[in-house]
Ligand binder design. Structure first.
Ligand code: ATP
Length: 348
């Protein structure tokens, strides 16, 4: 079971919501569609599910052209942000609904439905709440029921649109871990939409980053974090401080400090350098391979010490471990050296 999108484009009037997207999803993969509001994530998900049809391009599910097939024929399971459970039905009946409406022949016997529903409720750890109604559940529990209901139809593909979007941070975190476990057990292709980079990086096997309807980069969480392909991706994934630099062909310079560039075709000219706060090393004084800076502000934040450093008029943020930082010497106005462990550079 795989999904192949090629050249998928969708317009609403004169507006292009999804723009020539190519994406191949391997059997059993857990993929995040990540991007800012309006970048086309939901539209792309709906096209995969058959709730929306592309204007051009092709969609293959399991090697078969599914560009124009109806949702039920695609065998997809959906879970949306607002759990949309049937309020007048118990948890049990909500999940059983998926089995009762499935267009299967012969229809399942009631005993078989009961067995499967209980199995699914065990899976989402809600068997003991089978007789409750949705308004007697927490948000996280409702979302787990929604997932069980989607799984009841034995989908080939599971599509989740901001599944944890309406929940508070702690519950979201728990559900992430839980979804990862469930996915591992089922092995069904799962695609989820999120605008939360942490959620995407923590949960997905691969992350597809969308920007203005276009796919900016696809890769494993580590690959896109360590080697963002564009300034947009870098910035969106928490790029850190943005500094101006100059690209000199084989290297770049920030305030006169030379920095190696990864191999590639670099043209000389102005560039943007992104430095993440954890990649800034603060030294007692500047020396070879480091820059001189001045401390502007110091703020303890839990286990860390956040510094605003003045680098030739540009402000750069650093995060140090409070237990190991020389807190006494790091006061506003102090002169320090700065070494950059890792910098992401892009043409301006
Ligand atoms: N049915 C529609 N008619 C007109 N415009 C639409 C329609 N559906 C989506 N759009 C537009 O297409 C663009 C992409 O929408 P989409 O919902 O796919 O974005 P998104 O990345 O999921 O955003 P969000 O995170 O805010 O949900 C948006 O600018 C949206 O206004």
């Amino acid at each position: 079971m795989s999904i192949v999108l090629s050249g998928i484009t969708k317009r609403f009037g004169g507006f292009t919501a999804v723009d020539h997207v190519d994406l191949t999803i391997a059997p059993g993969e857990l993929v995040a569609l990540l991007g800012p509001s309006g970048s086309g994530k939901t539209t792309l998900l709906r096209i995969m599910g058959g709730l929306e049809f592309a204007d051009s391009g092709r969609l293959l599910i399991d090697g078969q052209d599914a560009t124009a097939t109806e949702p039920h024929a695609r065998r997809v399971g959906f879970v949306f942000q607002h759990y949309a459970l049937f309020r007048h039905m118990t948890v049990f009946e909500n999940v059983a609904f998926g089995l009762r409406v499935a267009r299967r022949r012969p229809r399942l016997a009631e005993a078989e439905i009961r067995r499967r529903v209980l199995e699914l409720l065990e899976l989402v750890q809600l068997a003991q709440l089978a007789d409750r109604y949705p308004n007697q559940l927490s948000g996280g529990q409702r979302q787990r029921v929604a997932l069980a209901r989607a799984l009841a139809t034995e989908p080939r593909v599971l599509l989740l649109d901001e599944p944890f979007g309406a929940l508070d941070a702690k519950v979201r975190k728990e559900l992430r871990r839980w979804l990862r476990e469930i996915h591992k057990g089922m092995g069904v292709i799962t695609v989820f939409v999120t605008h939360d980079q942490e959620e995407a990086l923590e949960l997905a096997d691969r992350v597809a980053i969308l920007h203005q309807g276009r796919l900016e980069q696809v890769g494993t969480p580590a690959a896109i974090y360590d080697r963002p392909a564009t300034a947009f991706v870098c910035d969106f994934l928490g790029g850190g401080t943005r500094l101006s630099c100059t690209i000199q062909g084989d290297h770049a310079e920030i305030a006169g400090l030379p920095l190696a560039l990864p191999p590639g075709a670099w043209t000389r000219g102005p560039g943007i350098a992104f430095v993440r706060p954890h990649d800034v090393e603060v030294l007692p004084a500047a020396g070879p391979g480091s820059l001189s800076a001045r401390v502007r502000a110091v703020q303890p934040v839990g286990p860390e010490l956040r510094l605003d450093l003045d680098l030739d008029g540009q402000v750069m943020e650093a995060l140090l471990d409070r237990r190991t930082a020389d807190v006494g010497a790091l006061t506003p106005g102090a002169a320090v050296g700065v070494r950059l462990r890792h910098v992401n550079i892009f043409p301006a």
